[in-house]
Design a protein around this ligand. Structure first.
Ligand code: SUG
Length: 449
């Protein structure tokens, strides 16, 4: 076994970050729709998180934002022409909801970009990547093509197998790594993988009644097959009560790292059964059962969990420390029950080293916490050194990206600003420069036409 790292690739927030209330079932998105945003602050908050983790000694990568507003989607829907200003005016007049949809900076939440199975887990020894079709909502479904191009540009060579996204049908709705957790003892050693779904297209599963379930069991099963996981894959259904409380992805209510699962009592429809299955797979492949921290609903209610995003934390193994460190959003300090719980966890649980709080408010207001902003890829040092682009964060890249954000991003964006053709020009200039900074080549539609 060669040693390997779990690299967090974080999505950079794009220049059109805004609050459009697009995601039904995502409580933060619905409650902030229509408010003004700050793309600059959003991008800087995300960048500071990346830098802090890099400074703790972790490997940190960067993924580029997508081109927005996405004019090719408008063209496919009949809004074409040479004059961008006129196109935007027409869309705003004839289909105002569409303008927000094609302008969303939702590609920042790269936990939904793809599902990644690292090479130690697949029977062919390759790292498998399947972009999520994100077919539940149009503003996210239009991410697939650029995501595929970005992943193929970065993860090049014989070590990787890139699969096309699953068919974009309701029965194969797939939201990527946000519903997938890998467990292992060491990142470069064998692992098992938990796939969590909200509904079954076959209709067998108990359904939420208030909000939609996004991930299907059929999609999860297809990914496990494609990624050649055989009996390393475990499937579990999300608790419908959790979805109805605003848990639109499993990573809003559970998170894992190495052999530890941190989750809420109401995360899974059958919590005890899920543990039995996970332990059986873990004993088979890791020679030991998993460790669990189950948070009782009596200590933290579903409402508190959703409002604070306690479980959308990153569990990280900081070099030269024993237990796991938990990266949580600052909102966890503001909910008394959650803060109390975290303080007791830090003081009393030997599995936990410390809790680190981050201000990610701009993203949080759209339902995206620390874990939503990152996609985990296990890589060995040779793979890190031979990536197809300069996307691993170091101090120089951090400084460069900070300057780039400060130069190109607006400090304030109101919904009406999405009609402004200058925003298109500004975004293109920013992204064009970014592809040069990251050595990515031409990945955007505007660069290839
Ligand atoms: O898909 N929000 C995203 C948030 C994704 C969070 N990701 C994870 N939990 N992994 C979503 O609901 C809101 C956009 C708006 O309303 O402007 C949005 O798309």
């Amino acid at each position: 076994m060669t040693s390997a790292f779990e690299v967090n690739f974080d999505g950079l927030v794009g220049p059109t970050h805004n609050y459009a209330g697009l995601s039904f079932g995502n409580v933060a998105s619905s409650s902030h729709g229509g408010l003004a945003s700050s793309p600059r602050q959003a991008a800087l908050q995300g960048l500071e998180k990346m830098r802090a983790l890099q400074q703790l000694g972790l490997k940190q990568g960067v993924l580029p934002p997508h081109e927005r507003p996405h004019l090719p989607t408008l063209e496919r829907l009949g809004f074409a022409g040479q004059d961008v200003g006129k196109i935007l005016q027409r869309v705003a007049a004839e289909a105002p909801a569409l303008l927000a949809i094609v302008s969303s900076a939702s590609s920042m939440w790269v936990a939904n970009a793809a599902t990644v199975t690292p090479y130690p887990d697949s029977s062919d020894g390759k790292t498998h990547l399947t972009p999520a079709n994100l077919s539940s909502m149009l503003h996210r479904a239009i991410e697939v093509d650029t995501t595929s191009r970005v992943l193929e540009a970065i993860f090049q060579g014989a070590d990787y197998r890139h699969h096309p996204a699953l068919p974009a049908a309701d029965s194969f709705a797939d939201e990527g790594a946000a519903n997938h957790t890998r467990f292992c003892r060491d990142y470069g050693g064998p692992g098992i993988e938990l796939f969590v779904y909200g509904r079954s297209a076959a209709g067998r599963a108990e359904q939420p009644s208030r909000f939609p379930a996004r991930q299907t069991r059929e999609a999860s099963a297809a990914i496990a097959r494609l990624h050649r996981l055989a009996d390393r894959a475990v499937f579990a259904q999300q608790h419908p009560q959790a979805i109805d409380a605003g848990v639109f992805h499993n990573d809003v209510i559970a998170v894992g790292n190495r052999a530890l699962l941190f989750y809420h009592e109401l995360a899974f429809l059958d919590g005890p059964g899920t543990r039995v299955e996970l332990d059986a797979a873990a004993v088979r492949h890791l020679d030991r059962p998993l460790d669990y921290i189950e948070v009782p609903k009596a200590a933290v209610s579903l409402e508190d969990a959703v409002a604070s995003y306690l479980f959308n934390s990153q569990l990280i193994s900081v070099p030269a420390t024993q237990g796991v460190s938990i990266v949580v959003p600052a909102e966890c300090r503001e909910r008394p029950a959650v803060y109390r719980y975290l303080q007791s966890l830090q003081a009393d649980n030997p599995l936990v080293e410390r809790v680190i709080y981050f201000d990610l408010r701009q993203s949080m207001n759209n339902g995206g916490g620390p874990a939503c902003l990152r996609l985990r890829v296990v890589l060995n040092q040779t793979q890190i050194d031979t990536l197809g682009a300069s996307v691993i964060l170091d101090e120089a890249l951090y400084q460069r990206l900070k300057e780039w954000i400060n130069l190109h991003y607006r400090d304030r964006l109101a919904p009406a600003d999405l009609r402004d053709p200058a925003l298109v020009a500004e975004s293109r200039a920013a992204l064009d420069e970014l592809t040069q900074i990251l050595g990515l080549g031409s990945i955007y539609d505007f660069q290839t036409v």
